[in-house]
Ligand binder design. Sequence first.
Ligand SMILES: Nc1ncnc2c1ncn2[C@@H]1O[C@H](COP(=O)(O)OP(=O)(O)O)[C@@H](O)[C@H]1O
Ligand SMILES: [Mg+2]
Length: 417
Amino acid sequence: MTSDQAGVLWPFITGPGLPPTGAVMGIDQQSGGCFYADPGGWVLDDSIGVTNPNVFVFGKPGRGKSATIKAFATRLMPFGYRTLIAGDPKDEYAPICEALGVEPITVGHGLSARINPLAFGPLGQGWADLPATEARRRVAIVFARWLTLIRGLVGSQRIGEARVPFGPVDEVVVKTALAHLTGHRQGNTVLVETTIPELWRLLDEPTDELVAECRYATTRQFLDETRLLRDALGQLVSGALAGLFDGPTTIDIDWNAPIQSLSLSRLEALGDEAVGIALTCLNSWSRGMRELAAPGDLRVVVRDESWKQLRLGPEAVKSFDADLRLSRRDGDVQVAVAHKPSDLLTAGDAGSQAVAIAKDLLHLADTHILHGQDPPSPTTSTDSSGCRRSNRNSSPAGRCKARDAPCGASETRGTRF
Ligand SMILES: Nc1ncnc2c1ncn2[C@@H]1O[C@H](COP(=O)(O)OP(=O)(O)O)[C@@H](O)[C@H]1O
Ligand SMILES: [Mg+2]
């Protein structure tokens, strides 16, 4: 090439990796230009290797994960995205809510806000007028959501060091009990909302029909073989979170407000495990609430501190996985937070199903934001985030760029900034 073809050459400078659409987030360290985030637009653009708009944010405490999310969510607001903070354990999003004239909903002992994770959500509306096929479809979706939640909640309880198992037999028992409680089993056209204590009570004092339907010879056998399940559910009913997620929902979310936040700060003193369980309930509930969102209702759903849920064992990871996977409604950008990609790999023994699910979980978000990760040690996997090095940009804060972890794998699509 001569000066006939190009007047000026800037060696060692690349063009921006991503097009200038969406929210301005910071400086692209490679080109020196602006870096934009446009998760919805990226999905629609075939030249960008992003097939879902979800974002996983990794970083040690204090690295600026929440600050990045706040910038991301607020800067996407002019583009029509509203925000749902599905659990704010530290009231970090309260100032943004205040600035936007929205009062966060606080969940805690002595407060009036109750959230029933076994609520039907919008899918339960107008049930009586639905054609039979649509009603059956909705029942399947709602029951699957409840079952995943109960699986996550029961599996988060411990017997010594181990987690309480939740096998196919438990699944049949819980599903049948829920069908009885809601009236679905009886073929009712109007289903009744139930709660976790009601489920526990029915399992503790099973009816003859329930015992027979679950294929137990006697009530005694039913009680003996469901003891672990009943005790694990009982813990949730009478444990630290008693009274918060076990009654009918008392809050009414204004989905037209620019932001809505469910504050869990009152639960912080109860410890990470209790907050993790509360997040499990909220995540499932928020998934339900989004099951029938109107077209064009674009939303950033923030699951900050999700590592607290992901530490609750394989069943809780499965529950989180299902919430994220099934929340793939057009227009929702799911944002989840953990400390480091390899955190997820501690969900179970090497090669176990739990680890396989956790690895899969990483692929549910094509965009990974890595804040100051340590270089992988020789004993850890090369790159559990599964991203290539391209599209590497500074965060809006610009404070984590220099400490990004080396990223080895290149075969997976994805965006990192
Ligand atoms: N770019 C920045 N400049 C100055 N302070 C920042 C910046 N980003 C984050 N902070 C501050 O650093 C602290 C930790 O940030 P935070 O987002 O809460 O971290 P994390 O969510 O990773 O624990 C907060 O007090 C936050 O206000
Ligand atoms: Mg944070």
